[in-house]
Design a protein around this ligand. Structure first.
Ligand code: UDP
Ligand code: MG
Length: 319
């Protein structure tokens, strides 16, 4: 019988672990799906890992690991994929904002041959205006640069074992799960779902963290900003041609002493373009530097006992 793994990254989610486990196991057992739950506590500072351990003791199908510090949701997802043993793996948030009711539908599509089943958001749950605006801007920039519809895509996906193995083979450290699974290009089907209200606790995305996420993911999927530097250079050259003609004409007419304003403006404009260009190039160099160092994506400090039995040494392997 095929095994379904569910990967749940969790950061300070002590209030959610027990409830989420109960809801998920209920749905999976009702539908007769052979399952395991893999919780990854992302360096939580509350009792998240203790709760995971408690669940693992009650139900051997529940397993989990704890990071040595907060490495971010992406790292959590990849650690979960590494530990998961299933023939298909579903990645979802552990705050039940991704409704578990659609899992049986994803499972059916997988059984009928889909290799990736994408969860598509039909609506975003109730969110504050500020969050809506920043998320809106974020998705617009991302969709442009990555050339895929980011607005309705999410991290809620089912991946076939083949896809999981491909993702685990990728050497890059700065991953963007949502777009990477799309990039692998396997046979994809979709299910639609309504984003639910968060069960307990609150979201940890601020305006700035979203913007940072946007910049990092955009630059890891696109070199367009680098070409922007060339565009700025061309604009400066065109502009300087116009000014050169004007300056020469003035010189020939014998009144070349004026033009102090022009000089100041030129210095400011060119200076601005130069620094912006250096910033963009610097950002890419920084990303190259991070990749070249080759540090692991995450460090696992503890695992539940049932993990040690099954996939001993997962954190010694290439991560
Ligand atoms: N998460 C994580 N590491 C982090 C931040 C978040 O593993 O550094 C997890 C979190 O526990 C949740 C999921 O990622 O399961 C989505 O986070 P959140 O609900 O805060 O984001 P939102 O739903 O608002 O996008
Ligand atoms: Mg959430």
């Amino acid at each position: 019988m095929a095994l379904l793994s569910i990967v749940l990254p969790a950061y300070n989610e002590e209030q959610n672990i027990e409830n989420t486990s109960r809801v998920l196991t209920g749905i999976l057992e009702d539908n007769g799906i052979d399952y395991e739950l893999v919780f990854i506590s992302d360096g939580s500072r509350d009792d998240t890992f203790a709760r995971i351990q408690a669940e693992a003791e009650k139900n051997p199908r529940i397993r989990g690991a704890e990071f040595s510090r907060n490495f971010g949701k992406e790292a959590g997802i990849f650690a979960g994929l590494e530990i998961a043993a299933g023939d298909a793996v579903i990645v979802m948030d552990c705050d039940l904002q991704h409704p578990p009711q659609v899992i049986p539908e994803m499972w059916e599509k997988w059984k009928n041959g889909a290799e990736i089943v994408e969860g598509i958001k039909s609506s975003r749950g109730r969110e504050s205006i500020g969050y809506k605006l920043s998320a809106g801007l974020f998705y617009r920039i991302m969709s442009r640069l990555i050339k895929m519809d980011m607005k309705s895509s999410s991290d809620f996906k089912l991946l076939d074992r083949k896809v999981v193995d491909v993702l685990l083979e990728l050497p890059e450290r700065n991953t963007f799960f949502r777009a990477l699974s799309f990039w692998t290009g396997f046979r994809t089907e979709t299910v639609h779902y309504e984003v639910q209200e968060r069960q307990f606790g609150k979201s940890r995305w601020s305006f700035w963290s979203l913007m940072k996420y946007a910049v990092f993911n955009a630059t890891s999927f696109s070199t367009l900003p680098l070409q922007l530097v060339t565009v700025m250079g061309v604009i400066s050259i065109l502009f300087s041609l116009v000014l050169a003609v004007q300056t020469l004409v003035k010189f020939l007419m014998g009144n070349a002493v004026e033009g102090f304003t022009t000089v100041i403006l030129l210095i400011l404009i060119i200076g601005g373009f130069l620094m912006l260009s250096l910033g963009i190039i610097g950002h890419y160099i920084a990303r190259i530097y991070e990749e070249v160092k080759g540090r692991p994506k995450y460090i696992i400090s503890r695992v539940t006992e049932n993990v040690q039995g099954n996939v001993a040494g997962v954190w010694h392997r290439k991560v």
